[in-house]
Design a binder for this molecule. Structure first.
Ligand code: DX5
Ligand code: ZN
Length: 217
């Protein structure tokens, strides 16, 4: 089953608990937490102060997407958030190998994210054996509600071919402009994990579970 990861960036922050609990009972769902530092990306969101209680009100896996410079500085403070997955941007780190080894000590799942203009070839093949997830950004990171960049499709196809060739097991997660129109072709190309922000949260009747299902059809 494809994992659907609603991005809380598009949720109503004045009623965050209620928003999160609209996903209660939905299977194969991760909650996607977009952490931005106003430096790696031109926007600021939330950090551990806001995120620290989330694990108390949901049983869904927490999926942190760090759009920050110096992601290594977040390993320690984020340990208390009960995260399932910790994804950092390859472009934001100089010592990626060291960072991965360190993250693996503390988080069940470790992910690497690539900006739209970063080719998958920057990641050496041996790293693919060590990580749990590759996040292909299909918008330039920083904001919800942008349009899907179709030129990124090719990277998903290439990653899927690599998985098959080397019998690898990582999730291919796609983030940015995901909706019912492109979900099918993304899954067909190899995506196993779809992040969706505005498509889910801007549904006027707030029937988020139905929006999640529609991405699986
Ligand atoms: C953008 C974030 C995304 C964003 C996606 O930088 O990483 O997770 O919330 O929002 P939509 O689905 O609206 O493009
Ligand atoms: Zn994200």
């Amino acid at each position: 089953m494809t994992i659907i990861a609603p991005s809380l960036l598009s949720a109503n922050f004045l009623s965050l608990q209620e928003e999160i609990q609209r996903f209660d009972g939905v299977k194969d769902l991760w909650l996607h937490l977009d952490v931005m530092d106003g430096h790696f990306v031109p926007n600021l969101t939330f950090g551990q102060t806001v995120l620290k209680e989330i694990h108390r009100i949901t049983t869904h896996k927490l999926d942190a997407h760090l759009m920050v410079t110096n992601p290594e500085n977040y390993i320690e403070p984020f340990k208390s958030l009960n995260l399932y997955n910790f994804t950092f941007h390859w472009e934001a780190s100089i010592h990626q190998d060291r960072l991965i080894q360190e993250l693996k000590k503390h988080y069940p799942s470790v992910g690497i994210s690539l900006n739209p203009a970063t080719p998958i070839e920057v990641i050496p093949e041996y790293i693919f054996k060590q990580i749990d997830l590759i996040l292909i950004m299909t918008v330039n990171p920083g904001f919800g509600g942008q349009s899907f960049i179709s030129g990124c499709m090719d990277k998903i196809t290439k990653l899927q071919a690599l998985k098959e060739k080397h019998d690898l097991n990582f999730h291919i997660q796609v983030d940015g402009g995901v909706n019912q129109q492109n979900a099918k072709s993304l899954k067909h190309a190899g995506a196993t994990n779809l992040v969706a922000g505005s498509y889910i949260f801007k549904e006027p009747n707030k029937n988020y579970a139905a929006q999640v299902s529609s991405l699986r059809e």
